[in-house]
Design a protein around this ligand. Structure first.
Ligand SMILES: Cc1cc2nc3c(=O)[nH]c(=O)nc-3n(C[C@H](O)[C@H](O)[C@H](O)COP(=O)(O)OP(=O)(O)OC[C@H]3O[C@@H](n4cnc5c(N)ncnc54)[C@H](O)[C@@H]3O)c2cc1C
Length: 221
């Protein structure tokens, strides 16, 4: 991704510290296989999850987790890491999925789904992957460097801001991280443009009070 000619370029170029921080991050891959069936052949009462454990280390990221939502005719599974970078045609991936399903539900499983969708985030020009992760080269300072706005040489003001899950030191790779980073940038821009002091988002903590609800609280008023 980092060497790909189709990614956005900056003029003037981004500073070395930021380029190094980008280079230090891992770029992960998690693809989805979504299968629509004529009718559910699994337990259809509530959220339903099941797992498939590969017999080989190489295949451990391949269709390991399956899930559905209540009353749906859709099953979803995942292809992670090197197993996600399958250059197989979609038909073969779906065949593999059906093979796993027929071994779990030998009586009920149909031969094929009605429809399917296999994501290829690695080839998506708006993504080139599916999220950041801490690589062996990532240091905590890199998050700060990824977050730092760029100053215009002309006006000496911050003109380019950076949000996204990859800028979140605490909740990287997640919706929480993406959302909080958006709040941070909105507050920083308001400070810069309007001169209004907004509460920093750095003190927001996501507290998992129980299994179902996540609430936000702030350390200081
Ligand atoms: C299969 C899968 C399952 C996941 N499950 C979970 C989960 O259960 N819980 C969880 O918390 N997180 C999950 N995540 C992670 C979560 O989806 C991401 O962390 C989050 O969406 C990242 O948000 P973002 O705003 O940083 O980036 P994105 O959502 O990728 O947003 C970036 C946006 O920028 C746009 N863009 C890119 N390049 C350009 C360009 N050149 N010009 C204009 N626009 C551009 C893209 O189209 C995109 O809309 C999952 C991710 C995947 C792939």
């Amino acid at each position: 991704m980092k060497e790909n000619k189709k990614v956005p370029t900056f003029s003037p170029p981004i500073p070395d510290y930021k380029a190094n921080a980008i280079q230090s991050m891992g770029n992960g891959l998690l693809n989805k296989v979504v299968l629509l069936f004529e009718k559910p052949f699994w337990e259809n009462g509530g959220k339903f999850y099941f797992a498939n454990i590969s017999s080989s280390i190489k295949g451990r990221g391949e269709m390991f987790l399956w899930q559905t939502i209540p009353e749906s005719r859709v099953l979803t599974t995942y292809l992670a890491g090197s197993s996600a970078n399958l250059n197989l045609p979609d038909e073969l991936i779906v065949e593999k999925a059906m093979h796993i399903l027929s071994s779990i539900f030998p009586q009920q499983c149909p031969r094929a789904p009605l429809k399917y969708k296999v994501t290829k985030y690695q080839d998506d020009e708006m993504a080139f992957g599916s999220g950041s992760y801490m690589s062996l080269r990532t240091e905590m300072k890199h998050y700060e460097e990824l977050t730092k706005p760029l100053i215009s040489p002309k006006s000496q003001k911050n003109t380019v801001y950076f949000a996204g899950e990859h800028t979140s030191e605490r909740y990287g790779g997640s919706l929480q991280g993406a959302w909080l980073s958006g709040l941070r940038v909105a507050a920083d821009m308001a400070n810069e443009i309007l001169g209004i002091s907004f509460v920093s988002c750095e003190d927001i903590e996501i507290i998992d009070e129980n299994d179902n609800d996540e609430i936000l609280s702030m350390d200081r008023p």
